[in-house]
Design a protein around this ligand. Sequence first.
Ligand SMILES: [Zn+2]
Length: 107
Amino acid sequence: MLTLTCPYCGIRAEETELAPGGEAHLKRIGPAGSDEDFEAYMFARANPKGVHFERWRHAYGCGKWFLAARDTATLQVYATYKAQTPAPTDEVIAAITAARPDWTPAK
Ligand SMILES: [Zn+2]
């Protein structure tokens, strides 16, 4: 079972206490964006086998949204951090690369 630690209240919550919110760190497309960019923003999502950044809500706890970096194949959680973080921090990247030296961040 997936267990995530809420970065706000510090509780280790099981998956049944959480609500998934999809992929994290999506870049929103404004009115100046092209139709193709907007379509990609609306419908295209990464579905990797391995490291993935996700949004979760502590639905049966404090109710706040947070982000998690985890492995979709092994359910290993590398880090959880606050939802206002615009991109994975150096600490999150370091935690991932410590566990997965072969992994490199996208872009
Ligand atoms: Zn919480």
